[in-house]
Every structure is written in structure tokens, then in C-alpha cells.
Design a protein around this ligand. Sequence first.
Ligand code: ADP
Length: 476
Amino acid sequence: MNILFATSEIAPWVKTGGLGDVAAALPPALRRAGMDVRVLVPFYPALAAAFPDAPIVAELPATAGAFPGAALRSATAPDGTPLLLLDCMACYTRSGNPYLGSDGRDWHDNAVRFGLLSYVAALLASTASPLAWQTDVLHCHDWQTALAPVYLRYVLKARAKSVLTIHNLAFQGLFGAHSLRELGLPPQAWSMEGVEYYGHLSFLKGGLQHADHITTVSPTYAREIQTDTDGMGLAGLLRYRSHVLTGILNGIDTEQWDPSTDPHLPVHYKASSLARKDDLKSTLQQTLGLAVTNDRPLFGVVSRLSGQKGLDLLLACADELIALPAQLVVLGSGDAALENAFRELALRHPGQVAVKIGFDEGLAHLIEAGIDAFIMPSRFEPCGLNQMYSLRYGTPPIVRATGGLADTVIDADDKSLGNGFVFSRAEPAELLATLRRAADLWSRSRLWRQLQKNGMAADHSWDQPAQTYVNLYRAL
Ligand code: ADP
């Protein structure tokens, strides 16, 4: 089958979160499962630099609404995945983040930028496709490509079935009513069955109405988003479409995240040589200016710093955590207030707390390997990747029971049958009690080893999820 994978991010070139990782890892896994997958992604500067000679395979004249003219280029990713690069200078030739300007605010023309991406995805899935290669299933991701099923409903004649995957329901692509015209959508799309959402135009809502199938990235999140508390204003629609909504847990890239070969690590280890992890702990302590000692557990965080991630809970109990005693390392960026609060925490605890503000892939790998336990107290978490990286790195995760965290982490008990630590209420006292429980178990090294091995034994590769997607494509 021919699968068109439409995405606004793809690692390693353009990534702001989990979607970038999924777009890089799922297509090759689907190809291994026999699908002919092509990835449609904007020709951002990072991709233009990686593929400067990518030939044009189709010209796309200026069309519906305010879309400027564009072109499709083709390239092949190093892993062999064919890429279709949507070249439109006016839309995508900008530095930095794909969604935000340097002032931290959304680009003013995001409706057109991602409307164009959605439109071209729909075009390639329609009877009017300019390519000889014909799409059987169009797989869209998040609001940035969610308008494609809407174009297939109102503007183009669909040739392919469509799947829309929700990676994070918090981002919905809301724009003013005037966008309807600039997106080239007809007046009848402005309705309850279309893109209208409380007087605004919603990309995601339109996609959820018209996609042939909806998936999200864990079974628990699929249930949570149908409840009024976690449905972010779309629970009613998701309940209405629950017969075509499934949760498929993400995998992780087990080649990039493999402690026995990871090029970011000076020392390698596996389940049978976990003692070597201690060397990585001291390397990490040295690198970050922490006291080099193994007399206390070293906890770690790698995360976007946003309200979703529940790190305010950690800030609220961090002084008590350090007093256990324990050490803490935090790598992240995002919300300025959280960045500052973590910087202050580090200043209060020299040698015991290290905070790095920024995005650093190599350091993220060293942290996963060098810390004893990973903290992820998310308020909501569609799937989460870091807890799976942690499991694979013999670093038990400490998580709140939500979304994909609830589907992957099993609470440890005295017999050490679990693979991490789970708490339920988003309160600092509950987090602290769980951190205490983890520190206690860490000092009982035989039990701790078992916990580490339990986590390392699980298969979180993309093979199984890819097969589940293949079954879905076939059913459609
Ligand atoms: P989300 O997509 O909500 O940000 P996920 O856990 O699904 O959360 O994915 C986050 C991805 O981004 C992981 O690969 C994680 O390692 C990475 N990441 C987040 N913040 C940083 C950072 N400051 N430096 C390096 N990697 C980061």
C-alpha cells in the first residue's frame, strides 16, 4: 500500500517534541512492514541545507485562497525513507522554530503556512494528484495537517482514506473566522460539521470531523480525551467519533536510544553490565559541576518546561528532595518563569542541583544513562518518550499515572516486580512521597537492580506499533 505521511516536523532536522521523533521513526518501521511510505514535510532551511540538490517533481501553481505557488521536491532520508519536500519560500524559509518567531509568538500567517501543507497533502491523496505515485492512505498528524481531510471533503475528490493522529490535544490550530476564505474553504465548511468552533476556525476540529479514522498515541490517552476533564473542549466530538478512535502506543527509536552503542556515551552497558552505569553517573556529575559521589541517588529531568509537564510540583518539593539526600539534574527550556525558578534552585544548592537551560540532544542521552531515576510528573501526557528511553537505559522512571505514562510504567513494590514508580494526584506531597520511596529502594541495591532489569527487558521498538498501523490501513 502507498502511505502518505504528512507532518510539520521530522527529526533530526526539525523537531520541537515527540511528533518529530515519531515522524522520523514510524515511516521506516512501516517500510520494513512492507508499506511504501513517503513523508511530506515543508522544505524548511534545515532540510534545504541537508538536501540542497533535491529535484523538483511537481510544480504547484498558486491556488485556493491565498496560497502562494509552491513546488514539491524529492529526496531520500539516510535511512532510505523517501521525502516529499514542500518548497514555498514565502511560507517556510524562516530561521528557528517552525511555529514561533524569535519573539516567542506564533507566526502571524500560520493558518496559511499549515493550510498549504494540509492542502498539498489532500491534493496528493485526491484524484487531482500531480504525482504518478498514488496515495492509498493519507496519514496526518496534529493540527498542522488536520485540515487535509477537510479539503478532501469540501474541495477535492478523495482517492485515499485518511487517518489523523493526535499527538497532543492541547494544540488545536485556532484562527479567526476570516481564515476560511484565505484557506480556500467554501462557506458550507463554516458549520458544526465543518471547521467552525465557537466562532473560530479550528484545524483540529475539522480534521476530527472528517478523518476516516482517528488515532492517538496511547490507549489511556484515547480514553482520557473523551472525558470532559481532559478533552480540552473536544470531548463531545471525540465521544461522537469514538467508534473510529483508537489508541496506539508510540515506539521509540531503539537504534538511536541504545545504551550498548549510544555514540553520546563514553562508556556502554547493557542489562548484564549495569555496574558500568556508575561510571556514567560520575561523568555526568563532573560534566555538570555536581559533587562526584555515589552515596545518594541522582534524579534527572529532560523536558520542555511547560505547565503540561508538572515540573512546578517538583519545584515545590525540590528542597526536601535534596535534603533526603539526593542530587538533581534538569535539562529543559520553555516557559521563562519555570526556567528562572530552576536556575534559582541550582543557585540554592551548589554541587547538588545542576540546571541546563536549552535543547541538547547529546546531554539528554548522557542524562538518561548517568542518572539513577527519571522524574516525569506530567499533568497530562499523550504518550511520552522519555519514560521509555529511561526504561531502556536502566533508569527507572517516576511518573504520574496519566496517558502513555500509565500504559508503560508499573509501580515497584517490595518484591520489585514493577519497572518504575507511579503516583496519581498532581500534588507536591504525593510526588515527594514517591521520590522518597524511590530513594529508599535505590539504597537496596539488589531490588534496584531487578527494577532496572525489568525495565530493560521490555520491547518498546516500533515493530509492534507499526504492525498495528498496517492493520488499520488495511482495514480502511
Ligand atoms: P513532548 O513531545 O511533549 O515534548 P515527549 O516525551 O513525547 O514530550 O518527547 C520529548 C522529546 O524531546 C524527547 O525526545 C526528549 O528527549 C526531547 N527533549 C525535550 N526537551 C529537551 C531538551 N531540552 N534537550 C534535549 N532533548 C529534549
